[in-house]
Design a protein around this ligand. Structure first.
Ligand code: DGJ
Length: 729
């Protein structure tokens, strides 16, 4: 069993072949963090923890003046009785105090990984895949237990953590702060990396040194957000794509979050991630429990690339669910950029005719098909087809697509309501709002109050009849604004600060019902592009629209940044028209195809208006895509050249058996009279010979990785090349 309990030293060792994680119960009661990193067979706690009496560090145990919580590397620290650093949790008791004393009570070690009630989480398909430790701390005065749950996967270098608060006492308490994990590293010489952005510029990479004090990223928008992704990595100073220690944490949650780092004067570094404590308070009554979201913790000794590959495996195989998880994803055509709100049945049919000839497999009807939705000012909530645009209804257009050999997909934005809608006129109180105060609009719309049961029931019923009304194989679930006036109409005043989290819990419940009810539907989540690209959403919907920015050059950065955590198969990527709608840039069709096919390929343009030459390129590239898509979706990804560092970008995907690989190389700006350039590849079998693009010449994996593959001399801006490698035995 890869979790060992050493009773004598009071040490837990969680391990698999490559990773170890040690916890010690110091003085038999305080869970201290000893180590997380490359696998060690055993460890002497005394060699890790040193004690010294420090001025101004309170004496936690009078019998042991050198011991203080203030300097102890901990697993789930509190504030108020010795440790002055950022706490992992804080409770406010009936008397107004926030002083608690949770100490070790008991533990359980077992095979498998239990699901988290009401929340998305990584799972196992077989109980032998993982082992779990539940470490219970109790505040006997309050009668409350904190169940710290740790799971280690055997074959994926991941530890998951979450905390269950269980109230067995008699007085209600408020949870003000409840991180999903906290770890104190034993040094402070780190860089940290996170993914930041905004609409149309999601998940750009920022790496900077960890400085003294607290640094954090967060969202208080009611969604994980375009601005910050619920992910943060600590990197050893010299860590690169390929080498060095990297610790990545990601939260399986789609709402407000915070990830923070605090480096202390004694060179320890505290890393935590969880629900954003800002604007959050949860009332916990006797007999109730509160479950935090789950944190995914990845250690890699192979730099950022190793961390990403581990996240990719975990998210693709043990967070995404349903029949589509392992099924080929169809190449789709989405009408949004081609028509916006202005289409007719005839127009869609024309598009479909051209698309089917190109071999498109799924036609997605985006925004504008319902109510009186001729712009973004109305109709959200009125999920009935606009007969003027679609006289034969959804069924008519869906069946037409089927006749053309394509599946039919539909866009919805269920969590929203337009003030100009029948729904709003009937239920003006169904949105998040504060009575007597202004209702702040964003994209002319308001957010439904999902804390209300009748709203959730209405949503499930409405969507059920909608999805049953036509042969719908795919649904794009959009969400185009963040929350304001966050107040629930049904919660009492003392529970108002639960609203944003309860919204998320109820959304998850709705998604659970609908995805179970319609298992054949491939769901893609979206939030004005990638404003809710997170593991929580992937648990219900196995792909996400990466960004509304479809420009091939901009997409290099967005997809490169997104790949830090998320596998290519989860990233919706479309070839769109030029000049590009977001940045006005002209890029050749070949590059647009090469960028989009390095993820989950789709198109978003008037296929029928393509020039003959562009059509030929699309058909050629589609043939290539079908040949390599399994590598992109299921292979190991290696990032080779970063778009954040120059004009060249490259990445490759290698089959797990190393038999095949594909390399994508992009040059955004050409260099005059360019030097020759060899691109070192990764992940190949060094001893095997590989052919490149079916050519005569063969190269050993060894030379391709050490000396590199010679890139063609490129003469024009916005160029790209692909290389298909096949082992020759
Ligand atoms: C935002 C999405 O990201 C777009 O792809 C499109 O579906 C629009 N919403 C439609 O309103």
């Amino acid at each position: 069993m890869p979790i060992k309990w050493n009773e004598k030293d009071k040490v837990f060792h969680l391990y698999n072949h490559r990773v170890s994680y040690f916890i010690q119960l110091v003085h038999g009661k305080y869970p201290a963090h000893l180590y997380w990193g490359r696998r060690v067979s055993s460890l002497q706690p005394a060699s890790i923890l040193s004690y010294k009496k420090r001025a101004f560090s309170p004496m936690t145990e009078p019998s042991d003046p050198s011991f203080s919580l203030d300097t102890l590397p901990q697993e789930y620290p509190a504030f108020g009785n010795g440790d002055f650093r950022t706490p992992a949790y804080q409770l406010r008791t009936k008397d107004g105090s926030t002083i608690t004393e949770f100490i070790y009570d008991s533990h359980k070690i077992f095979q498998g990984k239990p699901p988290l009630k009401g929340l998305p989480a990584a799972y196992v398909e077989d109980s032998t895949e993982a082992d779990t430790l539940v470490l219970t701390l109790v505040d006997s005065k309050l009668g409350i237990g904190l169940h710290l749950q740790y799971t280690i996967y055997r074959d994926i270098d991941v530890i998951t953590r979450s905390v269950l608060f269980e109230h067995l006492g008699s007085d209600e308490v408020e949870i003000h702060h409840c991180m999903s994990m906290s770890v104190d590293f034993h040094h402070a010489n780190w860089d940290w990396l996170h993914l930041h952005g905004t609409w149309a510029r999601e998940r750009h990479i920022e790496r900077q040194p960890v400085h003294r004090g607290i640094q954090s990223i967060s969202s208080s928008r009611g969604a994980s957000s375009h601005q910050h992704n619920p992910f943060l990595a600590l990197l050893s100073k010299h860590a690169t794509e390929e080498y060095g220690d990297v610790y990545g944490v990601s939260l399986v949650y789609s709402g407000n979050f915070q990830a923070s780092i605090e480096s202390s004067p004694f060179d320890t570094t505290r890393l935590s991630i969880g629900i954003n404590p800002f604007d959050f308070i949860w009332l916990l009554k006797p007999g109730e429990t509160f479950q935090t979201p789950e944190a995914l913790m990845v250690y890699s000794s192979e730099g950022l690339g190793g961390m990403s590959r581990t996240f990719h495996t975990l998210l693709r195989t043990r967070v995404c669910r349903g029949i589509h998880r392992d099924k080929p994803r169809p190449v789709l055509l989405n009408n949004w950029e081609a028509t916006r709100f202005h289409f007719s049945e005839e127009k869609l049919k024309e598009m479909a005719d051209a698309a089917s000839q190109l071999g498109i497999e799924l036609f997605v009807l985006d925004d504008g098909w319902f109510g009186k939705r001729d712009n973004d000012k109305s109709s959200l909530g009125d999920w009935q087809v606009d007969q003027k645009k679609l006289p034969h209804g959804l069924k008519g257009i869906a069946e037409y697509m089927q006749k053309k050999g394509m599946q039919f997909g539909l866009w919805v934005e269920p969590e929203m309501i337009s003030p100009d809608s029948h729904l709003y006129r009937k239920h003006p109180d169904w949105c998040l709002h504060v009575p007597g105060r202004k209702r702040t609009l964003s994209r002319n719309q308001l957010v439904l109050d999902l804390t209300r049961k009748e709203v959730c029931d209405w949503l499930v019923e409405t969507l059920t009849s909608l999805f049953e009304s036509a042969p719908i194989s795919y649904v794009k679930w959009d969400m185009n604004r963040n929350m304001t006036e966050v107040r629930s109409a049904v919660l009492p005043p003392e529970r108002q600060k639960e609203t944003a989290h309860r919204y998320m819990l109820n959304l998850y419940q709705i998604l659970e019902i609908l995805t179970n009810r319609f298992p054949h539907i491939l769901f893609e989540s979206c939030s004005g592009g990638g404003g809710r690209f997170d593991p929580g959403m992937l648990y219900y919907m196995p792909q996400t629209w990466t960004s509304d920015n479809t420009d091939a050059v901009e997409r290099l950065k967005i997809q490169y940044g997104t790949s830090m955590v998320y596998p290519a198969v989860t990233m919706g990527a479309h070839v769109s028209d030029v000049p590009n709608h977001q940045v006005g840039r002209m890029t050749p069709m070949k590059m647009r195809c090469h960028v989009a096919m390095a993820a989950n390929l789709g198109f978003e343009l008037n296929v029928e208006k393509l020039t003959k030459e562009d059509k030929r390129t699309v058909m050629e590239e589609l043939r290539f895509y079908h040949q390599i898509k399994d590598l992109v979706w299921y292979g190991d990804m290696y990032r080779l050249l970063s778009p954040f560092e120059g004009t060249d970008t490259a990445w490759m995907y290698v089959a797990s058996n190393q038999e095949r690989a594909v390399v994508f190389y992009y040059k955004t700006l050409a260099t005059p009279n360019p030097p020759f350039f060899r691109l070192p590849l990764r992940g190949l079998n060094p001893a095997w010979l590989y052919s490149i693009n079916y050519g005569e010449k063969k190269f050993y994996g060894d030379e391709l990785m050490k000396m590199g593959l010679t890139m063609p001399l490129i003469k024009s801006d916005f160029s790209s090349e692909t290389f298909y490698l096949q082992a020759v035995h």
